[in-house]
Design a protein around this ligand. Sequence first.
Ligand SMILES: Cc1cc2nc3c(=O)[nH]c(=O)nc-3n(C[C@H](O)[C@H](O)[C@H](O)COP(=O)(O)OP(=O)(O)OC[C@H]3O[C@@H](n4cnc5c(N)ncnc54)[C@H](O)[C@@H]3O)c2cc1C
Length: 395
Amino acid sequence: MASPGKSAAADFGLYRPSEEHDMLRDSVRALSEAKIAPFAAEVDEEGRFPQEARDALEANDLHAVHVPEAYGGAGADALATVIVIEEVARVCASSSLIPAVNKLGSLPVVLSGSEELKKRYLTPLADGRAMFSYCLSEPDAGSDAGGMKTKAVRDGDHYVLNGVKRWITNAGVSDYYTVMAVTDPEKRTKGISAFVVEKDDEGVSFGAPEKKLGIKGSPTREVYLDNVRIPADRMLGEEGSGFATAMQTLDHTRITIAAQALGIAQGALDYAKGYVAERKQFGKPIGDFQGVQFMLADMAMKLEAARQLTYAAAARSERVTLGGDGEDLTFFGAAAKCYASDAAMEITTDAVQLLGGYGYTRDYPVERMMRDAKITQIYEGTNQVQRIVMARNLP
Ligand SMILES: Cc1cc2nc3c(=O)[nH]c(=O)nc-3n(C[C@H](O)[C@H](O)[C@H](O)COP(=O)(O)OP(=O)(O)OC[C@H]3O[C@@H](n4cnc5c(N)ncnc54)[C@H](O)[C@@H]3O)c2cc1C
């Protein structure tokens, strides 16, 4: 596998991938087609975790490419991470949540964790011994995440956590959980702190997997925290900085959801393109009809616009990571996620249309892609919330 390295300029030229990025794409595509695609339909049908994908990604060091080299990771830049997620999502959206949520869960550690916590938690993630999840949402705190109720109360050298986190991707499979909890209820979002909780900590348990429309191979469960007593040094950053860390994390990781949307849409477009060349009606391939050609043209146009916006956002994410100016990252992260996910929903719906009745059945992959695309408009903040974020951060 090509090693996804740091881009020197961090602006990716005119947001064009470098030769190194292109090599990475080729190798992830080959791996995904050989080792992940063959199980995608089965994983969806059975609603089971894609262990084959985890094994293949870990064996090729592609499961958490964002982890800095200092902690044993590949130290990939934001665009390389996008490319990995895009290519895995092109064949299996559920599997793409392995690299995506490993980044989401561990980025708070990268951004705000002490050196000691970085060594302790990023190293096992990088070498494939552990996966990470991110626990912000609760049953009554979704779009208004600041309204969370989970509490962390200081007790000597420890904090004691109590509460319920809902909709947690890869819960039960992940070993580590970044948990946002209220340490000072008077201060609302400034009274929220972030902690690393381990799966084996006493008092941690999980709900039954949610029965979902799509991404059925990615387990989504509640995480219950029942008097979970953890050392105080598992706090990320200062007390009260957890909500800011959680939001900073989303600025970077919404770009990975955009990447997932791009991949799903590309998979649907590629399939539809091949289908219309084969399927004959009225004595010729349906791809010869201009009505069909115009649909494909629109799909490709929307996808490319979404890709350029996503890569522009990734360039900003990388600039911020390297300590540069990141004034417009919040806008770009929200815009990329919102635009790419809306485009993916339209493109996958059109792909089903282009397959006619066959597209509506599970004998073909486009209905799965359409169901999988829907979640990209909802998580890491719904697209209404992205529009609120954009409106507050107009460039
Ligand atoms: C499969 C799945 C995986 C997930 N993974 C994770 C995870 O790993 N970690 C995690 O912390 N969370 C996760 N989530 C949670 C996800 O981020 C939330 O579901 C999402 O933020 C929306 O919150 P909600 O479901 O409570 O909807 P609500 O906030 O109740 O929203 C309902 C509707 O109201 C709209 N709305 C709400 N407020 C406004 C407003 N001010 N203006 C306009 N419209 C508004 C919303 O856009 C939406 O259409 C996941 C969710 C799902 C379904």
